[in-house]
Write a protein that binds this ligand. Structure first.
Ligand SMILES: Cc1cc2nc3c(=O)[nH]c(=O)nc-3n(C[C@H](O)[C@H](O)[C@H](O)COP(=O)(O)O)c2cc1C
Length: 192
């Protein structure tokens, strides 16, 4: 059995808050968190939030440099439930799709896939050209789950926070990690 240990990566696509919310939600679950952030993630974070890298790093049990391809999570012998990349840039998606493992994020994802562990990619870009779609197909064929952070309007979100919460919670659903973030559908016509 894999231990309750999850690798969380944050890359330079728009949507730092998805990664942040996932890290926050994991505080309430009994899960050991390994965090890796790309250089571009730091740039995007500064552009779209008031968060500092420390704010996110303090939520992880272990923080790895994305340059350290010798880190524990670079080896399949180091067990985990898998990896979530939120948000996931097209650059990182493409690396994972085509087996390029030049940094710790793409290496750890490749390792999880070869060990048949779950890898969830919150790929964020729009609109998409054929190369993006081919990379998504290839990543899926490699075993990853491509989960673009598309808002669920059926939940009638009232704020950006509502949108972020729902997507972050649905991503953690894929690992069987229960949170209080998801406004679950109970059927047409039913009342809470
Ligand atoms: C403010 C900002 C927003 C960005 N948004 C996206 C995006 O939504 N999707 C994407 O694929 N790249 C986006 N980029 C570009 C990536 O950060 C860039 O391609 C980078 O090389 C990705 O590197 P990484 O995969 O190592 O994080 C954005 C960059 C900035 C500065």
């Amino acid at each position: 059995m894999n231990p309750k240990r999850l690798i969380v990566a944050i890359t330079g696509a728009s949507g730092t808050l998805y990664g942040a919310r996932i890290l926050q939600a994991l505080q309430r679950a009994d899960v050991e968190i390994h965090l890796v952030m790309s250089d571009a993630a730091r740039l995007t974070m500064a552009s779209e939030t008031d968060l500092k890298p420390d704010d996110l790093e303090s939520l992880a049990h272990v923080v790895h440099s994305h340059r350290n391809v010798g880190a524990s999570i670079a080896s399949g012998s180091f067990q985990s439930m898998g990896m979530i990349i939120a948000p996931c840039s097209v650059n990182t998606l493409s690396e994972i799709a085509w087996g390029m493992t030049g940094n710790l994020i793409s290496r750890a994802a490749d390792v999880c896939l070869k060990e048949r562990r779950r890898v969830v990619l919150l790929v964020r870009e729009t609109p998409l050209h054929a190369g993006h779609l081919k990379s998504m197909l290839q990543a899926t064929e490699n075993g990853a789950i491509v989960m673009p952070p598309v808002p669920s309007l059926y939940t009638r979100p009232q704020s950006v926070d509502d949108i972020i919460n729902h997507t972050a919670g649905r991503a953690l659903d894929l690992f069987g990690i229960e949170t209080d973030l998801v406004d679950r559908w109970t059927g047409v016509g039913s009342r809470k």
